[in-house]
Design a binder for this molecule. Structure first.
Ligand code: FDA
Length: 310
């Protein structure tokens, strides 16, 4: 991991920096590139436009902080239940994506499972899905346990796996035959080398190998892959693999974050490739924004330019 990336990711964990940075106008301006607004209505408007202009589906994430009480987890759950109702009322092709820590994983696992079950049940009624984000590595076992328990009840739930983790190939082995819905990402947290591949080339290769398992016919019932990367080379390689392998286009989709690689998003959409855009919103965007900066050091220059533009 580069020194700059590591520095930015430690900044993401600093409450001191967060309190100051979120009040500075040029930082707020820079965030707007990746986020249509803090309010749920801003996110819903952006999704309406993506759907009507480009035919794209979306995924919504309400950004949150670490919780201190189950009352806060209840409020987050209520927020997502309302969101699922809004998605349905607006006729959007959209899912919700949640962090289990926001639903109380650190405080009360059973209550967290119950909260997730309520969301998944509501999504089932609305005809869409709920995705579980993957957080830093100490959460992987607990996140996969919760996923398995919910998946026994319904196929309307999916989970994110991170290709930078050494363990992910084994995790996918354990899930694949059960027909799991997986969103594959490279991984966004600061992890030690014994846990995550430090070299980008190894992460990319692992990503390709893991994703390719889904790009062929005859998958187990329910198996689905969200190819969540903006890496154009990897996207291209996987498009070729999907064509050569005879992959069923109903069993995978590309997924990208709002505001990132817009020209690539437009090209895939125009070519009719299944693509969904993840839109984040909410007041607590600081650690999430820092992870976006860490993904691409050129973004730091972009923030600096916003400062100069005043
Ligand atoms: P990579 O970082 O190699 O970037 C490839 C290219 O994409 C770059 O060269 C650049 O052109 C462009 N790019 C990438 N990031 C950019 C940025 N921030 N700004 C501008 N350009 C950028 N992670 C996680 O740990 N847990 C999770 O639950 C999720 N969930 C999730 C959902 C979805 C739908 C997506 C798309 C991503 C996530 N992630 C995530 C984040 C993921 O782990 C990863 O950090 C980012 O997607 C960046 O990695 P890429 O695969 O895009 O490749």
């Amino acid at each position: 991991m580069s020194v700059l990336r590591s520095l930015i990711l430690s900044g993401a964990e600093s409450p001191w920096l967060r309190d100051r940075a979120t009040r500075i106008a040029f930082v707020r301006r820079s965030v707007s590139r990746f986020m249509p607004g803090e309010a749920k209505e801003d996110a819903l408007d952006a999704a309406r436009q993506l759907q009507s202009r480009q035919g794209l589906g979306t995924i919504f994430t309400h950004l949150g902080e670490n919780l201190t009480s189950m009352a806060e987890a209840e409020a987050v759950t209520a927020h997502y239940l309302g969101l699922i109702d809004d998605i349905r009322a607006a006729g959007l092709n959209a899912h919700a994506s949640v962090k289990l820590t926001q639903l109380g994983l650190d405080l009360d696992t059973e209550a967290c499972v119950a909260n997730m079950a309520r969301l998944v049940e509501r999504a089932e009624q609305a005809g869409n899905m709920v995705w579980i984000d993957m957080e830093a590595s100490p959460y992987v076992d607990r996140t996969l346990d919760v996923f398995r328990r919910l998946r026994e009840r319904t196929t309307r739930v999916g989970v994110c796996l991170q290709a930078y983790l050494r363990r992910t190939a084994a995790d996918l082995d354990a899930l694949f035959d059960r027909g799991a819905a997986i969103r594959l990402v490279k991984g966004a947290y600061r992890e030690p080398p014994e846990v995550a591949f430090p070299r980008k080339a190894d992460v990319d290769e692992n990503y390709f190998r893991l994703a390719a398992r889904f790009l062929r016919p005859g998958l187990p019932e329910g198996a689905f892959l969200g190819i969540a990367t903006h890496d154009e080379r990897l996207v291209q390689r996987l498009r070729v693999a999907a064509g050569a392998g005879g992959a069923d286009p109903r069993r995978y989709e590309h997924e990208m974050l709002y505001g990132i690689q817009r020209p690539l998003q437009a090209r895939l959409a125009a070519a009719g490739v299944p693509l969904r855009v993840l839109i984040s919103y909410g007041e607590f965007w600081f650690p999430w924004f820092m992870r976006r900066l860490a993904e691409r050091p050129a973004n730091v220059l972009f923030v600096a330019r916003s400062l100069v533009r005043g």
